[in-house]
Design a protein around this ligand. Structure first.
Ligand code: GLU
Length: 378
């Protein structure tokens, strides 16, 4: 490989990778889902897992699978029609993925999302827990938009953005957007012979967005512009992004081996740092909790989570998922984080040991009031 190898800065410590596959990749440019193409992607995902990475697959193709199943009905440009197609096709799409992952003994889980599921704080925390639970058990989450129920107001509309949201949610190190094009070009390579591939983009500014004009794919919902918007969202949250051609042999392995033809958008900060910044950028806190000296010590010098047992008092009315301030005995704000329990629940469990939560509330969302991953020290 040449020294200006496009992805030289790829970092082998990538441990959590979201791979988004567009419809045109899944159909290999045709009209039908292409099983060899899908199996081949699964083989590569398996290989990445063998090397220690956790992977999440965001897959399009439900609507196309629906079209295929229904014998390619005449296209109607309406949302109910698309919802109908997706409802027919999602089962088939998932069935195929499940079968192919099964060849490698990998268990999959279907996760269907809308914008609302990610933006609503309460659901957001539930989703984080769901992904954490799946990844802990070595299961591959297979994600798509829940098109059958996603009305205009609550839908994301395309999977580039959805995959960036998922990457953010699980603090992925890398998001790979697989399309039918090698990456970002200086112009549309399908019409402009002088177009050249840009191997690395440090910042997605106006001049970069200009490159994406008229640069889309025929079948999926996202063109290059939506990819850049998604990439921008991801890099700001600390996830590096690669746009690459899903039709190239061994593309995922080549990305990992730093020899892929692609465009890389390196994140200037880590995903953990991105999450901390996000927490700090939230202006409003919904309430505050005062903690005892032992808990303050555990937070500040041991990097622990905040448990109900260390909480002395709670103020404010807040929901699960709200941002709360953590105050020490002297009244100083020492941290900020996402509450795992609503204020009315916290009032019943504060000062109590975590193993009693389920009995006191009738359910539990885990032993922490604020998990250390959702906590930023000030
Ligand atoms: N969710 C859509 C589907 O599965 C695809 C959206 C997209 O193309 O980005 O058909």
């Amino acid at each position: 490989m040449s020294s200006d190898n496009p992805t030289n800065c790829l970092n082998m410590s990538w441990r959590r990778i979201v791979v988004k596959v567009g419809t045109s990749t899944l159909t290999a440019g045709g009209q039908r889902l292409d099983p060899p193409r899908m199996v081949d992607l699964v083989r590569q995902l398996h290989e990445l897992r063998q090397r220690g990475a956790q992977v999440v697959l965001v897959t399009s193709g439900a609507q196309q699978a629906g079209r295929e199943k229904l014998g390619f009905p005449e296209t109607v440009k309406s949302i109910p029609f698309k919802q109908m197609l997706a409802a027919v096709g999602q089962g088939r799409l998932m069935h195929l993925w499940e079968q192919y992952f099964d060849l490698y003994g990998i268990v999959t889980a279907q996760v269907l999302l809308t914008r609302q599921d990610i933006e609503d704080r309460h659901r957001y925390l539930n989703l984080r827990d769901t992904f954490a639970g799946l990844l802990e058990r070595d299961i591959v989450p297979v994600v798509n938009e829940n098109d059958a129920v996603a009305t205009e107001e609550i839908r994301v509309g395309e999977n580039d953005s959805l995959s960036a949201m998922v990457a953010n949610l699980i603090e992925a190190d890398l998001l790979v957007l697989l399309s039918d094009i090698d990456g970002l070009y200086t112009a549309n390579p399908r019409v402009d012979a002088d177009a050249t591939l840009i191997p690395r983009v440090e910042a997605i500014d106006g001049s970069v967005l200009l490159f994406a004009r008229g640069n889309g794919t025929a079948m999926g919902s996202g063109g290059m512009h939506t990819k850049l918007v998604a990439a921008d969202m991801a890099v700001h949250a600390g996830t590096s992004v690669v746009i690459a051609n899903g039709g190239r042999e061994n593309i995922l392995l080549d990305i990992a081996a730093q020899r892929a033809v692609c465009t890389l958008f390196p994140a200037p900060i880590s995903a953990t740092e991105g999450r901390k910044r996000w927490l700090l950028a939230q202006k409003q806190v919904a309430g505050q909790v005062e903690i005892d000296r032992g808990a303050a010590e555990a937070l500040l010098s041991k990097g622990r989570s905040l448990l109900p047992v260390g909480i002395v008092r709670a103020q404010g009315k807040f929901e699960r998922g709200a941002i709360v301030a953590v105050i020490d005995e002297l009244g100083q704000t020492i941290a900020r984080g996402l509450a795992n329990y609503a204020s009315q629940d916290l009032l019943r469990v504060l000062g109590q040991r975590s193993e009693n939560i389920a009995e006191l509330l009738g359910y539990d969302y885990g032993p922490e009031f604020i998990h250390r991953d959702n906590l930023v020290l000030l």
